[in-house]
Design a protein around this ligand. Structure first.
Ligand SMILES: Cc1cc2nc3c(=O)[nH]c(=O)nc-3n(C[C@H](O)[C@H](O)[C@H](O)COP(=O)(O)OP(=O)(O)OC[C@H]3O[C@@H](n4cnc5c(N)ncnc54)[C@H](O)[C@@H]3O)c2cc1C
Length: 301
């Protein structure tokens, strides 16, 4: 199918884009990588009267470290972040999450800002950014603001961004020393949207006990879910099989995933439990500096 008719705008500056958004935000859409929006247009599930193309806004691209924090421009391609040495060395959870996003061709076009703003409940980056307690920077012609990632997602494909607001970047604080990470998911085929998954960061103290834990679930709800009870259960504990199993049980205690033709609610709930268990074990191993097992992503059962 072909998209419905729309007026096309290709601003050259962010200010121009913000003016266009102020004028057309209610009945318009921003075009970033187009990997989610263009199919929606072609299926006529989205019918914006105006399309505001962000692809000429070079100032929205790039990855840099500023005062220790990671700053990612919204129009940075997923593949750019996937291959960033800075990110791989300091925020490897993001690199690992990106390895599960779609396919290389899609990651060459898809953007980091688009992945977050689109708020797909099965998308990896919103879950990884949630585990990292990230913030998004937003601008409109009226104002500028920073939104905690925990305040961004409302439900399936819906965020707290106003129609005239542009997501300009994402900020991630440094990860403490002695932190291990793991992003784990299960999809029917590699590159498909996942049925369930988990992002985990574990910081160990000098005795090897858990000082801090962050666990975010993919596929547990229409938005990324932080498993705070499971996180609390781990803090102060030595990470052994019993502690991991208890945390995984706590992580799914309050979730009610939606079932569909790919998996029942009960199946998805159990899948989340297994994903959390595997992710905690892998993060713990990495925090301790133990060698990676044979499997490709360091995760074994
Ligand atoms: C076959 C296929 C498989 C895929 N598999 C996966 C997968 O496994 N995991 C995954 O995470 N994704 C997957 N995707 C989606 C892909 O990652 C998209 O690139 C991403 O979700 C959207 O990024 P985009 O830059 O293409 O955004 P676009 O498609 O251009 O935009 C998406 C939405 O976000 C809005 N938007 C974009 N940028 C901004 C901004 N800066 N400020 C405010 N709003 C903005 C747009 O208006 C639109 O509503 C897949 C896509 C395809 C086609």
């Amino acid at each position: 199918m072909k998209p419905p008719v729309f007026d096309y705008h290709d601003p050259e500056t962010v200010e121009e884009a913000l003016d266009l958004l102020a004028e057309h935000g209610d009945e318009g859409k921003l075009l970033a990588g187009g990997q989610s929006l263009v199919p929606l247009l072609n299926f006529r599930l989205a019918r914006p009267e105006n399309l505001i193309d962000l692809n000429r806004l070079g100032s929205l691209t790039g990855i840099r470290r500023e005062h220790g924090s990671l700053q990612i421009g919204a129009m940075t391609r997923q593949s750019t972040m996937e291959h960033s040495a800075l990110v791989a060395e300091n925020w490897p959870l993001l690199t690992e999450a990106l390895s599960y996003v779609a396919h290389a061709q899609i990651r060459n076009r898809g953007t980091i800002g688009g992945s977050v703003a689109h708020a797909d409940p099965a998308a990896e980056l919103p879950v990884a950014f949630s585990a990292l307690d990230s913030r998004v920077r937003v601008r409109s012609a009226r104002a500028e603001r920073t939104i905690e990632i925990s305040d961004l997602f409302v439900t399936h494909l819906t965020t707290t961004l106003e129609p005239d607001e542009l997501l300009v970047g994402i900020e991630v604080d440094p990860v403490p020393e002695r932190t291990g990470h793991a992003f784990v998911e299960f999809a029917r085929r590699h590159g498909d949207f996942a049925l369930g998954g988990a992002a985990v960061l574990l910081t160990l103290d000098s005795s090897g006990s858990c000082e801090r834990a962050a666990i975010a679930l993919l596929g547990a709800a229409p938005i990324p879910v932080r498993a705070t009870d499971a996180e609390q259960a781990l803090v102060g504990a030595a990470i052994d099989e019993k502690a991991i199993a208890a945390a995984a049980d706590a992580a799914i205690a309050d979730i009610s995933p939606t079932g569909d033709i790919h998996g029942s609610a009960e199946y998805r709930r159990d899948l989340c439990r297994v994903m959390v268990r595997r992710a905690i074990a892998a993060a713990n191993r990495r925090a301790k500096g133990e060698p990676e097992p044979e499997s490709s992503n360091g995760v074994i059962d």
